[in-house]
Design a protein around this ligand. Structure first.
Ligand code: ADP
Ligand code: MG
Length: 348
């Protein structure tokens, strides 16, 4: 029945620590905004969500609080997570009386406890979805990248998001090995802010740190003489100050964290069954998530690990595109989805 198909629209939700994306069946990605909410802490009123809230970052008066309700992929503030989902649902254009009947495929980290999985499900249901399919992130990434995940060959996906880097080996539609570390995009920013503080005695805000990472940062030396003027507050005098920051400095600041990611992948390769390692050597490593956009990260890891490494197409959207592929053709992915009802992974 065409009519009901339209009314009961399925959606995919990537509830990331940094970014929130929604894919609507038949339409594509309709929401792609920061997972951020601004509230008035005197009245508890919601002031802004997503992009609008992001504009307030580091510019808020005392009575406004900006909340990132997920920490390292896990819901830490249930109520605010629910508010964000509810807000974005209300923005979906086909909102109507029937919006409660949506089926939502939601990506989750592989290492969630039963309670944490339930909390994701509850947040999405209470915001208005009627049915929730939980999909492990590396599986969604792999489907979004169109890797042959149903075949008995292993693929390694490294998703570098805001709060966590998840390293997974998947085969025959499931995660065989999975490890998560708290070194990812946000940690890179902390590294950069700390470096600027100790090098120049300068305090810089989050938007400036993010701009430094994206515009000047890299994992390997790059030819361009990349540099950027940044403004902040002098720690000693309290006065505004401007300094020029160069690519080599950001690289130095990020070195430890990059090494931590390389070492974690290395330890997984060392511990994994030889057949899986053989497959990965042949097929290479796939990087996804926004953190993989750091310039030269693929080259850096390839050199450290001696395994071919590439960044997937559009790494910021590959999870939600994977969810989209699943909801466009749920019957094809039935076995994968039912596989995931019980976590069956080996956590290293
Ligand atoms: P999550 O799934 O945790 O929400 P994302 O996959 O959306 O995370 O990635 C967000 C992270 O990617 C942020 O830390 C952001 O700073 C980082 N990021 C986005 N673009 C770039 C870029 N061009 N270079 C380096 N890091 C980037
Ligand atoms: Mg993510």
């Amino acid at each position: 029945m065409k009519l009901f198909e339209n009314l009961y629209k399925s959606i995919g939700i990537d509830l990331g620590t940094a970014n929130f994306l929604i894919y609507v069946k038949g339409k594509g990605i309709v929401i792609n905004e920061p997972t951020l909410i601004a509230i008035n802490n005197r009245t508890n009123q919601i002031l802004a969500v997503g992009d609008e809230a992001n504009k307030m970052l580091d510019r808020t008066p005392a009575h406004v609080t900006l909340i990132k309700p997920l920490i390292n992929g896990v819901i830490s503030d249930f109520e605010m997570t629910q508010e964000i989902i509810r807000y974005f649902f209300s923005r979906l254009s086909e909102r109507n009386l029937f919006s409660r009947y949506r089926t939502a495929a939601v990506s989750i980290p592989t290492n969630l406890t039963e309670v944490e999985r339930k909390s994701v499900e509850d947040a999405v249901v209470s915001a208005g979805a009627s049915k929730v399919l939980l999909v492990e992130e590396p599986i969604a990434s792999a489907i979004g990248t169109r890797l042959p995940i149903e075949e008995p060959t292993a693929n390694m996906i490294v998703n570098i998001g805001g709060g966590t880097t998840e390293i997974s080996i998947i085969s025959i539609g499931g995660a065989v090995v999975s490890k998560s570390l708290k070194t990812a995009g946000q940690k890179f920013n902390e590294d950069i802010a700390r470096f600027i503080r100790s090098e120049y005695k300068l305090l810089i805000g989050e938007p400036t740190t993010e701009a430094l990472k994206i515009n000047v940062g890299s994992a390997v030396p790059i030819d361009d003489k990349l540099e950027m003027a940044v403004r902040g507050r002098d720690v000693a005098t309290g006065l505004p100050k401007e300094v020029i920051v160069r690519n080599a400095q950001i690289r130095t600041a990020l070195q430890k964290s990059l090494k931590a990611i390389a070492d974690a992948i290395k330890s997984i390769l060392e511990d994994a069954p030889p057949e899986l390692v053989g497959d990965i050597l042949e097929r290479g490593i796939y990087l996804s998530g926004g953190g993989s956009l750091l310039r030269g990260l693929d080259e850096y890891l390839e050199r450290e690990l001696q395994v071919e490494t590439r960044v997937v197409d559009d790494p910021l959207t590959c999870v939600v595109r994977g969810l989209g592929i699943i909801i466009e053709d749920t019957s094809r992915y039935e076995t994968i989805l039912s596989n995931q009802e019980k976590p069956k992974l080996v956590n290293l």
